[in-house]
Design a protein around this ligand. Structure first.
Ligand SMILES: [Zn+2]
Ligand SMILES: [Zn+2]
Length: 136
């Protein structure tokens, strides 16, 4: 994937981006920190945060907005729906076609031009669902 010309790729930034693209777990800044630290022991959490901000502003990574939880990041910037486990907070990609609602059935907000939407499903992950019986 080509990177925007304006984005200066420092060694730290490259490493964060590589790790984030490799991980499929939609990690939090803390989790990225733990992984990157192994290869760059002197990096700080503040540096991770700053670089995640720069990378997401450049559109190279995705910041996932999940209400009331720690922010997660995605190295995959294609539009795809996510499912979040209501028990452990784990976030996974979903496959298949997430069709946007027909325009005439879209909700409206007075005075707003709508640019897009995010789709997040809630569920119970395989790990949390084990032995738990049926969770409604
Ligand atoms: Zn779970
Ligand atoms: Zn994703």
């Amino acid at each position: 994937m080509p990177l925007p010309q304006s984005l200066r790729m420092t060694r730290q930034r490259r490493l964060i981006l590589d790790e984030l693209r490799r991980l499929k777990t939609h990690p939090t800044a803390d989790e990225i920190f733990q992984v990157v630290k192994r290869r760059m022991p002197r990096i700080s959490l503040a540096t991770i945060y700053r670089n995640l901000d720069i990378l997401s502003q450049a559109g190279v990574i995705q910041k996932l907005e999940t209400a009331g939880l720690q922010r997660r990041f995605d190295g995959d910037i294609s539009q795809h729906p996510h499912v979040r486990c209501v028990k452990c907070g784990r976030v996974d990609d979903m496959t298949g076609d997430a069709r946007p609602p027909r325009i005439e059935r879209m909700p409206r907000a007075e005075g707003y031009a709508i640019h897009g939407y995010r789709l997040e499903f809630l569920g119970t992950c395989p790990q949390c669902g084990k032995g738990g019986g049926n969770i409604q």
